[in-house]
Design a protein. Sequence first.
Length: 105
Amino acid sequence: MATKKTAMKIYVDPNEYVEIIQSAERTQLSVSTYVRRLCLGMPTPTFEKQKAVRELLGVNADLGRLGGLLKMWLMDEDRNQREAERLLHELQQIKALLVQKIEAL
């Protein structure tokens, strides 16, 4: 079965070859797809970036759970309400900053 795609040939030195192969592996793309995306200016996901996003999302979820526990604590009669409200406000600011960082990735 014939393909309608045209092969291209490029020349690279051995160090460049290794770097291209390793970069393609980090993105979990084939070398062909990786090079095509780079040449056409398309985004190429990196494994490190994907891992960072997953970790930040996990931290975001942890902050959400912590905020929920703090709200439960606020309902308790024996508490320092000003301190609790200050902590809740700080948590909201940190969560908003975390969301900005995730979106920037």
